[in-house]
Design a protein around this ligand. Structure first.
Ligand code: 5GP
Length: 203
């Protein structure tokens, strides 16, 4: 970065943190907990072609875009990574992430395993954290209680979750695994793990 573009809050401490986990495991709550606990962290708002739900805030949770807009982002190399999840596309804005890293921020991506593999291949120094359920039974219970979905869809998400956990263990994109047995404890462990990784890089 040119010296005149440097802000007084900029540091050389940038770190890319990827947080993943199967749906129903509580990763969004853990991600937001890490963001709250680490003052210079910033959350990367992904672009997605999925429909906006009532719970979503445009520009805060996602940037909701059309298929054409998403394709244009791929074609212009605007995405650090992208993947298709349940038939919809999700991607991370490359320029924004670069800018934040160069300012020394902890940049948090909440992305799936496929996206994390792509990032790790491009940026091996990225830190991957995967959130695990305490057991498969607990995960199935959480999927059942979370949304009013058909049993067929719940079973599909459950199969997908088990596949994702296997892949996460084998793919080499993750540096740490945190079990969400208790939300506060899991957030503390995630925060300490990230702080430790960042400290280790300074020396
Ligand atoms: P949801 O639609 O439930 O918010 O997210 C579905 C899945 O897409 C989650 O596993 C989430 O982590 C993943 N996801 C969200 N944003 C991105 C992204 O930018 N890239 C990738 N690869 N996955 C994402």
């Amino acid at each position: 970065m040119t010296p005149e573009r440097r802000l007084h809050t900029d540091t050389d401490d940038g770190m890319l943190l990827m947080i993943s986990g199967p749906s129903g495991v509580g990763k969004t709550t853990i991600t937001r907990g890490v963001e709250r606990a680490i003052p210079d962290s910033v959350f990367s708002v992904s672009a997605t072609t999925r429909d906006k739900t009532e719970a979503d805030v445009e520009g805060v949770d996602y940037r909701f875009v059309s298929d054409e807009q998403f394709r244009a982002m791929i074609d212009s190399d605007a995405l650090l990574e992208w993947a298709e999840v349940f038939g919809k596309r999700y991607g991370t804005p490359a320029a924004w992430v670069d800018e934040q890293l160069s300012r020394g921020r902890l940049v948090i991506l909440e992305i799936d395993v496929e996206g994390a593999r792509q990032v790790k291949a491009k940026m091996p120094e990225a830190f991957g954290l995967f959130v695990l359920p305490p057991s498969e039974d607990v995960l199935l219970g959480r999927l059942r209680s979370r949304r009013r979905e058909s049993e067929e869809l719940i079973q599909r998400r459950f199969r997908e979750a088990k596949r994702e956990i296997r892949e996460a263990r084998e793919c080499g994109a993750y540096d740490a695994f945190v079990v969400n047995d208790d939300l506060d404890r899991a957030i503390s462990e995630a925060v300490e793990t990230v702080r430790g990784a960042r400290r280790a890089r300074r020396v």
